[in-house]
Design a protein around this ligand. Structure first.
Ligand code: ATP
Ligand code: TYD
Length: 243
């Protein structure tokens, strides 16, 4: 398969057309951003850590019956995916209160949310991704009621599967964001699931193991990403093997 022209450049990934019908290449770049693009850096190897974790999680979810866009890896930062018509929703699942719901609502950080809370934002940078509700999603024609119900069911199933996977590695899945898209009439999980899109806390120490280390200058971002990628995928990187 050949990589063709650039279709889209986002804040952290680039999407390319290919010569294969219905397939795209997603490249995970080393760019890292936070606060609506207000903080930006390039951190060597960040893209490959996120690509590796996304690949591992997509394969794990597929094995457990979740339909994802993932097809194969080309190299450590490029994956072949199904071309989707993306649904412009950021579907966030929360198991523990942290981040924006603590800033915006009277939750105390660290409070368990049981059952998990789903928050859905409208993916529109020019509007700063406002929160939606079911009626708005349907009135805007973003999904049908049936599709929305399916998206929520799949999001909760992904949460169940991912929480269990991470817990085995001593990691609490605090919250995460996923995106869905359509190919024909089928809804697939798209985009990525990585340290940029999950909030992860070490179960023992409570330490942040995700992009919060970058957002709030909590330590060495790439050492954290390297370590977490190794813990999640079960593979130690060459750097970790040396220790
Ligand atoms: P944000 O960081 O707010 O999620 P972005 O657009 O800057 O937005 P990137 O991850 O840099 O995010 O860009 C990747 C883009 O590719 C996103 O717009 C995403 O919705 C889109 N995308 C992901 N998977 C697919 C797919 N399978 N088919 C088509 N587009 C996809
Ligand atoms: P949230 O608490 O809403 O925002 P912030 O990270 O700014 O405090 O984020 C919840 C989770 O969803 C967190 O793990 C990061 C992820 N997320 C994204 O990956 N992209 C986004 O645009 C948003 C809003 C959240």
């Amino acid at each position: 398969m050949k990589q063709k022209d650039l279709l889209y450049t986002g804040k952290a990934k680039s999407v390319y057309r290919t010569d294969a019908k219905g397939k795209l290449i997603v490249e995970f770049r080393d760019d890292i951003t936070a606060f609506d693009g207000g903080k930006k850096d390039v951190l060597a190897k960040k893209g490959s850590y996120n690509a590796e974790v996304s690949r591992f999680i997509f394969e794990y979810l597929e094995e457990h019956g979740v339909k994802t866009h993932f097809l194969s890896m080309i190299d450590e930062r490029r994956m072949v995916v199904r071309e989707l018509a993306m649904v412009p929703l950021e579907v966030i699942v929360r198991n523990v209160a942290a981040g924006s719901i603590v800033r915006n609502y009277p939750f105390k950080e660290g409070t368990p949310l049981n059952p998990p809370v789903i928050v859905i934002d409208y993916k529109d940078d020019s509007r700063h991704d406002p929160m939606l509700n079911d009626d708005l999603i349907i009135a805007l024609g973003l999904t049908t009621a049936q599709e929305l119900a399916k998206i929520k069911t799949v999001a909760l199933e992904i949460n169940r599967l991912l929480s269990a996977l991470l817990l085995k590695q001593g990691i609490t899945l605090v919250d995460f964001k996923i995106e869905f898209g359509r190919q024909g009439r089928t809804i697939y999980l798209g985009d990525e699931i990585s340290m940029d899109s999950m909030r992860l806390w070490d179960k023992k120490t409570g330490a942040s193991l995700d992009k919060d280390v970058y957002r709030f200058n909590k330590g060495d971002v790439m050492a954290t990403y390297n370590n977490v990628a190794g813990r999640i995928t079960g593979k130690k990187s060459p750097a970790q093997n040396k220790r």
